[in-house]
Design a protein around this ligand. Structure first.
Ligand code: SF4
Length: 508
């Protein structure tokens, strides 16, 4: 469907498109009226900083009054919020839908809760504010409150700490929903040159980190599937990283695909002091696993999990995905129950995100219709609701959450953990409270600056804190995604990081 938004504030067109997608899924949004299947018109009137935004469509209208003053950045933020809210209310009235995350389109809803708390609101008051200001469902807003409790004391690393991500972009086969920088391992000819390039990046960034006197807090090897490469190759990477960045409080390796897990690689991980691994079922239904292109059975997942337990791993994470193609709510519930029986220390419940770069996008989005999309979204919501109730009743608590574009049912990804088993890396990375040095193809280094601005605003008011957070600078240094290019250009990737980490000694 083509959705036209003719607006007096075209600078917000992309954000308004995100609001339309809350209700209509992956629609094409344009600022031109011609040829559109739905046409929304927006008029903005200003008198001395008092704004009136009027939205119209098909005889319906919605008006929002607001005031925007102060620093230009602050004015822009307040204006964007008012303009989006008008369209959100009109679409909500027209469709009769009640989106679980209300008018929120961002990745990190927890941030809104923290802004309230940093401005002096109690946790409960901050939850209420999220409900009132953004129309978030009480159930989701309360989950944000619970997450903030689980994150207490884990959110901010010490000033001289950073987290580390290392990407191994190889998998045995490609999942149909995958949009990561990962390739099929094939004949394995790229593994050796890739590992050599990675070792070079590890060594050169290790020098930078020592020069800055920084310490590693949490290390994470992900991908791809790190255990898809030969054990000796993975061991070289892990040992080099631990030599260059010693003393981590936590090491995670995303073993991920059960078909790549064996006694040899698990034993090596134990010897290297890896304390947390992922064994990811995604679903416990073999027909779905086949449909999504995973080369393992549900039984193989259980075997890999039990092997890891027998070898002494006492922190295992399991990923599940809600709304996989062909799955009913009952099938998903069975998978959740099976995961609970196995009792991993943490369970991450993803909601399928049908990204444009995935094979699934073609079949579900391009060839789907509105009715199918709505049924699909309703089922996805039931599934995540079931997972939340079942897991919390069984003793897991939500400890981090993020949202993505194009998620089924406007849902969320939630990490649940047993007491004391929250993953530091996941919290710091998802909440963007830790600088992350990221190595390997497609990895994106995120470095935090000006943290003092945040604390200076504490206890002022919600808008001031939000404004301060806007100014909190997070700079990124992305590595190229293509594996061969990464191998050829690794020194250039290192130079990008040097400009970020070593320029004037101001980082972190
Ligand atoms: S295991 Fe992960 S990275 Fe590998 S193909 Fe599947 S979704 Fe992509």
């Amino acid at each position: 469907m083509t959705f036209a938004i003719v607006t007096d504030t075209p600078e917000f067109l992309s954000d308004l498109g995100d609001v339309a997608r809350i209700f209509f899924g992956d629609v094409t949004v344009t600022g031109e009226a011609e040829g559109a299947q739905r046409l929304y018109r927006h008029t903005a009137i200003c008198e001395d900083g008092d704004w009136t935004d009027i939205w119209r469509h098909d005889g319906n209208s919605e008006t929002v009054q607001s005031r925007a003053e102060g620093h230009p950045l602050q004015v822009k933020r307040l204006r964007k919020r008012a303009v989006k809210l008008g369209l959100y209310r009109l679409l909500k009235r027209e469709t009769g839908l009640k989106p679980p995350w209300g008018a929120l389109t961002g990745i990190r809803p927890t941030r809104l809760l923290y802004e309230g708390m940093e401005a002096g609101l109690s946790r409960d008051e901050a939850v209420e504010r999220v409900i009132e200001a953004y129309d978030v469902s009480p159930d989701r807003a309360r989950m944000l409150g619970e997450i903030s409790q689980m994150q207490e004391g884990l959110l901010h690393p010490a000033p001289d700490e950073f987290d580390l991500y290392i990407g191994i972009p190889f998998c045995t086969t490609r999942c149909s929903y995958c949009s990561f920088a990962s390739g099929e391992i094939g004949d394995g000819r790229l593994v050796e040159p890739y590992v050599n390039a990675l070792l070079r990046e590890i060594a050169l960034t290790g020098e930078m980190i020592r020069a800055r006197g920084l310490r590693l807090r949490a290390g994470y090897i992900g991908g791809g599937t790190p255990t898809a490469i030969p054990t000796q190759a993975l061991e070289r990477v892990l040992r080099a990283a631990q030599r260059e960045f010693p003393g981590a409080k936590e090491w995670t390796v995303e073993a991920g695909r059960p078909d790549t897990i064996d006694e040899e690689n698990l034993t090596m991980l134990r010897h290297c002091g890896v304390d947390r691994i992922s064994v990811n079922p995604q679903t416990f239904h073999d027909e779905t696993l086949r449909r999504i292109g995973r080369a393992h059975s549900a039984e193989r997942t259980v075997e890999a999990f039990e092997l890891a337990r027998a070898l002494g791993f006492d922190h295992i994470n399991m990923d599940l995905i809600a709304a996989l193609p062909g799955e009913t709510a009952d099938m998903f519930a069975q998978s959740v129950r099976r995961a609970i029986e196995l009792s991993p220390e943490s369970v991450t419940v993803h909601t399928l995100a049908v990204k444009r770069s995935s094979r699934l996008h073609e079949s579900l989005v391009v060839h789907g219709d509105d009715g199918q999309a709505r049924a699909f979204n309703d089922t996805a919501m039931q599934m995540v609701q079931f997972a939340r109730e079942a897991l919390t009743q069984a003793g897991w608590r939500p400890y981090y959450l993020y949202r993505q574009k194009y998620m089924a049912g406007n849902g969320e990804n939630v990490g649940y953990a047993k007491a004391g088993k929250a993953c530091l890396y996941n919290i710091g990375n998802m909440e963007e409270t830790a600088s992350v040095l990221a190595l390997g193809a497609g990895a994106i280094t995120k470095w935090l600056f000006d943290r003092e601005i945040q604390s200076a605003a504490r206890g002022v008011d919600v808008e001031a804190v939000r404004f301060a957070n806007l100014q909190l600078r997070i700079e990124r240094a992305p590595n190229v995604r293509n594996i061969e290019q990464y191998i050829d250009r690794v020194d250039e990737m290192v130079a990008r990081k040097r400009a970020l980490i070593l320029p004037g000694g101001e980082a972190v």
